[in-house]
Write a protein that binds this ligand. Structure first.
Ligand SMILES: [Zn+2]
Length: 340
């Protein structure tokens, strides 16, 4: 015979969470039934509770409470995790009648911010670098990424022409999206668009232009940032399967500033290369890119330009593992230094 709690455990957490007072924002839920927190920290304002993708387990990033749907209800009713004697939990489930069941099979698509809000934010961002605020100018002036090429990263005309990076708008002059906390706006302000492997717009990444202790790059709060590539117009066209000049290779770069630096070099030296910027969670998706025949034949190389450190080495390995089964050879071209 199936015990009542075994049946209850097949109930969808996402279906039960609203019934015990949790609200959803992106992939996060709050407030926590155990500690009552409504955000993860002062810096990270996402609600604290995550529900695993298969909908079976939850976890609070503040108090580390977590468990099954039974624990969720038990914390709400008794303040403790579930045990067979927990008061009221069985009655709670009995009184609800039929509850939503776990989805089967579990959903596989990644969640991105609403496209219209994403487009609105990007559309209100400034491409005109000469009008960017002083902190961005100083940030780019102080970087030495491309000194070896005799170029500067503060090159307003080239930045505007390339169009890979923009300055996010002042939140006071824009209908600000809920997924980009206002207090990020003055620090994480240098933004690039990110695309799915087929070139559809997915999300944005933004780089801090002042020193921060954690998270130099941020993406929309509560949404997935895996399996996307940062790219300018040419990179996006490549992902969409369009014909673009690529005889100098498909360059896979680590991080936002490397993408911007490489874009400037490619622009000034008129190099026929495709540039894709990745972050943790991106590189494996290279296996799903629609690689053109030139690349599959080996006429055009894929070049992993990741940092010369342990993380960069691991990313280079991920790039190799993603494309080598397709017969694609990967060359490694590390930057001379790790410049962060
Ligand atoms: Zn909690």
């Amino acid at each position: 015979m199936t015990a009542w709690w075994q049946t209850a455990k097949t109930t969808s957490l996402a279906g039960v969470a609203p019934l015990v007072g949790l609200e959803r924002r992106g992939r996060s839920w709050g407030p926590c039934v155990a500690c009552g927190a409504s955000k993860r920290s002062r810096r990270d304002r996402r609600p604290p509770v995550s529900i695993r993708r298969d909908g079976v387990l939850w976890y609070c990033w503040c108090c580390r409470a977590g468990g099954s749907v039974l624990d969720l209800v038990s914390y709400r009713l008794t303040g403790r995790s579930w045990s067979p004697g927990a008061d009221g939990v069985r009655d709670w489930f009995d009184s609800r009648g039929v509850l939503p069941s776990l989805p089967s099979p579990p959903p596989r698509t990644l969640e991105r911010p609403p496209r219209s809000e994403l487009d609105a934010l990007w559309g209100s961002s400034s491409r005109s670098a000469k009008n960017w605020p002083p902190p961005i100018r100083r940030f780019l002036e102080q970087r030495d990424d491309i000194d070896q090429h005799g170029l500067s990263m503060w090159d307003p005309e080239a930045l505007e022409r390339i169009g890979v990076v923009r300055c996010l708008p002042d939140p006071r002059c824009h209908r600000w999206p809920s997924w980009w906390p206002r207090h990020w706006a003055s620090v994480w302000r240098l933004a690039v668009r990110c695309y799915e492997v087929d070139g559809r717009a997915a999300t944005i990444h933004a780089r801090a232009v002042r020193p921060v202790s954690t998270g130099r790059t941020r993406w929309p709060g509560g949404y997935d940032a895996a399996r996307v590539f940062m790219a300018g117009p040419t990179g996006r066209a490549f992902l969409r399967g369009e014909n673009v000049p690529m005889s100098a290779g498909i360059w896979v770069l680590e991080g936002l500033t490397d993408l911007v630096a490489a874009s400037l070099v490619v622009h000034h030296q008129e190099i026929p290369a495709v540039l894709l910027g990745g972050a943790a969670g991106s590189f494996r998706a290279l296996s799903s890119v629609r690689w053109p025949a030139e690349v599959l034949r080996g006429d055009v190389p894929v070049i992993a330009r990741t940092d010369d450190d342990d993380t960069g080495d691991e990313y280079a390995r991920q790039i190799c593992r993603a494309v080598q089964p397709l017969g694609i050879r990967v060359l490694r071209a590390p930057w001379e230094t790790n410049h962060g």
